[in-house]
Write a protein that binds this ligand. Structure first.
Ligand code: NAD
Length: 369
């Protein structure tokens, strides 16, 4: 099996889909690896670090069976792939319809990492979770550095400073890491989610759970959208918590939909002077109506920080975890040194986006055809 790992070409993408530490494990599966020169440079992994593990440095040429990348390839790159190539990368089909059509027309078998089912057996392949965990950690640091006060209590000769209050809204994978990190930095932390079952998880990382009395548990551990009435009830309780926080970290998302607006303009205008909102949902448009994805803006009493592609800021570790996710996924595909796709396997069947000239994922098919 010939694997190729290209250099990422999308703006601001610093991650790479292969790190030297997983090379040997891939080779043991019978995989021959080549990597585009410079592919690891943005993550500060030099070519030599790959070469010493037996990776060939090469541009895409000859027979390639399998391609790993972080971001989806360009239409031109897809045009150069031979029909039947297996590609594993993030796609986010709903905002990449032209890419999806090109993958279909090019007969590429594409596994979209965001489609890997969130079942126990697939945990090692769950790149959404591995990247979200890093983003959550980073969000707490952004909160700390964008505040003009400190997070922990500090006792000095002239008296003590009170610890900051951090509210995390959306206590999924990213939110829990944000909570844990802010707690370790000494803040008083609170967590909120529409799924009340996360209460225990919030408490286990040292946070207090904000209970609004409304449940929005949906299928497969995901949230459903709330009705208008439910939203009003929740907003009343949340306003108090938002407006007494020094930092609010928002991570709310609904798969395949624009980010829900969970803080209103009125709530923002009543926040503490000097407070910050770290909006981790910028990719999907943001969790507030005033968020400027990719920018930091000062609005009334608060500063809204909304970076894009946060895992790329932690490119070394993000690449390492992502490469391990790919290794686990490809372990399901390579049997005795050959690529064998078992469509009875619910992980492969769930993650496949395009195969043999068809869009296999129903949501993507409806959007693209
Ligand atoms: P996500 O990134 O889609 O959403 C982040 C959080 O935002 C979720 O907890 C969601 O409930 C919350 N949210 C959505 N709308 C909201 C709103 N209006 N207000 C406040 N919060 C809102 O989710 P995620 O972090 O990727 O995963 C969510 C959950 O899925 C996990 O906590 C876990 O329970 C489950 N999960 C299971 C597995 C597995 O079993 N393999 C893997 C990953 C995740």
């Amino acid at each position: 099996v010939k694997l190729y790992v290209p250099r990422e070409t999308r703006l601001h993408e610093k991650r790479v889909a292969l790190v030297p530490a997983v090379v040997e494990k891939l080779q043991k599966l019978g995989i021959d690896i080549s990597l585009q020169p410079g592919a690891g440079l943005a993550a500060r992994i030099p070519d030599a670090a790959y070469e010493t593990t037996g990776v060939t440095l090469a541009n895409p040429e000859g027979e390639i069976d399998l391609i790993f990348s972080v971001q989806p390839p360009s239409i031109a790159e897809i045009g150069q792939m031979k029909p039947g190539t297996v590609l594993c990368c993030f796609v986010y089909a709903h905002r990449e319809l032209a890419t999806v059509r090109a993958l279909r027309d090019g007969n590429i078998t594409c596994f979209a990492m965001e489609l890997v089912p969130r079942i126990t057996r697939a945990q090692a392949m769950d790149a959404l979770s591995s990247q979200a965990a890093l983003a959550g950690y980073y969000a707490a640091l952004l909160a700390a550095t964008n505040l003009n006060r400190i997070l922990p209590m500090m006792t000095t000769a002239v008296g003590s400073l009170r610890p900051a209050r951090v509210l995390v809204m959306g206590a999924g994978v990213a939110g829990l890491q944000a909570l844990a990190t802010a707690k370790r930095l000494g803040a008083m932390v609170e967590g909120y989610d529409v799924r009340p079952e996360v209460k225990e998880q919030v408490e286990s990382v040292g946070g207090k759970f904000v209970d609004t009395g409304v449940s929005a548990s949906g299928q497969g551990g995901y949230a459903r959208e709330l009705t208008e009435e439910e939203q009003t009830k929740v907003a009343e309780v949340l306003t108090r918590h938002i407006q007494s926080a020094d930092a609010v970290i928002t991570t709310a998302s609904i798969p395949g939909r624009p980010s829900p607006k969970i803080i209103s303009e009125a709530q923002i205008m009543g926040m503490k002077p000097g407070s910050v909102i770290i909006d981790l949902a910028a990719e999907g448009g943001g969790n507030t109506p005033l968020t400027q994805p990719g920018d930091t803006v000062e609005i009334g009493p608060t500063t809204i920080v909304a970076p894009l592609n946060i895992p790329s800021h932690l490119a070394e570790h993000a690449s390492e975890l992502y490469a391990r996710n790919l290794l686990a996924l490809v372990g399901l595909m390579v049997k005795e040194g050959t690529l064998t796709l078992d469509w009875e396997d619910e992980i492969l069947a769930g993650a496949v986006l395009t195969h043999e000239g068809q869009i296999k994922n129903e949501t993507a098919r409806k959007a693209a055809e």
